[in-house]
Design a protein around this ligand. Structure first.
Ligand code: DAH
Length: 346
C-alpha cells in the first residue's frame, strides 16, 4: 500500500526539514507545507478515493496518527525556538544593572535662599509676613518719606498699574503695612517679589527682596549691627566679617550700607595671585541696605517717634543666591532650564 507508506514517511521528512528551521516564521512555513489545507498530508488524504473501500478506514486512522505526530514535532520545535529566543534576550539584558531612578524635583535656588534667610530670622524671633505686589503709592513711597518729586518715583524706574497704583519697587511697603496693622514691639521679615524697569546681567525686571523691621523702645544701631552680623555669619559662614558704610535712604536715619567679606576670596581681594572677580579686588561685597527707621516714617503710621525706635533692612535674594551658589548671570534664575535648576538639591 504505497499511499500508506508515503504517509508514514511524512514524519521523517518533517524531522529532516525541522533540523534546518531556525526561526518562528520559517517554522510556520514548514507547518503550512505539511499540515496546511493544501499541505502534504492533505494532498495524500485527498487521494483516499483511489483506495479500495476496505483499506480506507485503516488509512484514515493512520492519517490521524500521522497528523498528531507531525503536530507534536512542530510544537516541540516551536518550544525550543522560543527558549532560544528568550536566552538570546537574556544574554543582552544585565539584571545586575542598577535601576533607573525617577526624576526628583528640587527647589529653585531663589526659594532655597529665601527659606534659608527666613529661617535664620525666625530663629531670632522674627515673624514672616507677606503682602501684595500691586500696592499704592502711599505704601510704596509716600509713607516711606519719599515725596511726590522724589526721583525713585520716576516713571522711568517704576511700573505703574495706574495713577497712584504701582507694582511695588521694594518690599519696604511691608514696613508701612505692618506698622499700620500692629503696635510695637514687633519684629517681622517680609520676603517677596518686587518690580523695576531694569534688565541686564545683574538686573531683572522682577526680582526678590526680604525686608526686615524691628520696632521697640530703646533700639539702637548697635542692635542692628549685632543682628545683621549674626544673620550674615549664619548664612555665609562664621568667618564672615561685616562693615557698615554711611549711606542714604529716605526712610532711615542714619542709613547704612552693609558690606560683608567676599565669599570667594574671604576678603583677601585676590585668589592664587589674581584679582578676585567677585569683589573686584576690594575684599568686600555690598549685601544690604539698612538703617534706623526715620521719625517721619513713624509719624506716617501714627507711631510716636519720641517713644519708639527701630531698625529696618532690605536684602536682595538673587544676590544672596548668586553669592551662595556661585551663579554668574541673574537671568539663569528665570530661564527654567532643568540643567541649571537640577543642580540645587538640598
Ligand atoms: N528698599 C531699599 C531698596 O529697595 C532697600 C532698603 C534699604 C530697605 C534700607 C530698608 C532699608 O529697609 O532700611 O533698595
Amino acid at each position: 500500500m504505497e499511499l500508506l507508506e508515503h504517509m508514514e514517511s511524512l514524519a521523517g521528512a518533517l524531522t529532516e526539514r525541522l533540523s534546518q528551521v531556525s526561526s518562528l516564521p520559517e517554522l510556520e512555513g514548514c507547518r503550512v507545507d505539511f499540515l496546511g489545507r493544501k499541505g502534504r498530508l492533505a494532498e495524500l488524504m485527498a487521494r483516499l478515493p483511489e483506495l479500495p473501500p476496505a483499506d480506507r478506514p485503516a488509512f484514515g486512522q493512520a492519517a490521524n496518527r500521522v497528523k498528531q505526530r507531525l503536530t507534536a514535532l512542530i510544537e516541540e520545535r516551536r518550544a525550543s525556538l522560543e527558549r532560544e529566543r528568550e536566552a538570546a534576550l537574556l544574554a543582552r539584558f544585565d539584571p545586575s544593572l542598577p535601576g533607573r531612578r525617577p526624576w526628583a524635583g528640587s527647589l529653585h535656588p531663589i526659594t532655597l535662599a529665601m527659606e534659608e534667610v527666613c529661617s535664620v530670622f525666625r530663629g531670632m524671633g522674627y515673624e514672616v509676613v507677606s503682602g501684595p505686589e500691586v500696592d499704592t503709592d502711599f505704601h510704596c513711597f509716600e509713607a516711606l518719606n519719599m515725596p511726590p518729586e522724589h526721583p525713585a518715583r520716576d516713571m522711568q524706574d517704576t511700573l505703574y498699574i495706574r495713577d497712584k497704583v504701582v507694582l511695588r519697587t521694594h518690599t519696604s511697603t511691608m514696613q508701612i503695612r505692618t506698622m499700620l496693622q500692629r503696635r510695637p514691639p514687633l519684629a517681622v521679615i517680609a520676603p517677596g517679589k518686587v518690580y523695576r524697569r531694569d534688565s541686564d546681567v545683574t538686573h531683572s525686571p522682577m526680582f526678590h527682596q526680604i525686608e526686615g523691621l524691628l520696632v521697640d523702645t530703646k533700639v539702637t544701631l548697635a542692635d542692628l549691627r549685632g543682628t545683621l552680623t549674626a544673620f550674615l555669619k549664619a548664612v555665609f559662614g562664621e568667618k564672615t566679617r561685616v562693615r557698615f558704610r554711611p549711606s542714604f535712604f529716605p526712610f532711615t536715619e542714619p542709613s547704612v550700607e552693609v558690606d560683608m567679606s567676599c565669599t570667594r576670596c574671604g576678603g583677601e581681594g585676590h585668589v592664587h595671585g589674581e584679582t578676585c572677580r567677585i569683589c573686584k579686588g576690594s575684599g568686600w561685597l555690598e549685601i544690604l541696605g539698612s538703617g534706623m527707621v526715620d521719625p517721619a516714617v513713624f509719624e506716617a503710621v501714627g507711631y510716636d517717634p519720641e517713644r519708639v525706635t527701630g531698625f529696618a533692612f532690605g536684602l536682595g535674594v538673587e544676590r544672596v543666591a548668586m553669592l551662595k551658589y556661585g551663579i554668574s548671570d541673574i537671568r539663569l534664575n528665570f530661564e527654567n532650564d532643568v540643567r541649571f535648576l537640577s543642580q540645587f538639591t538640598v
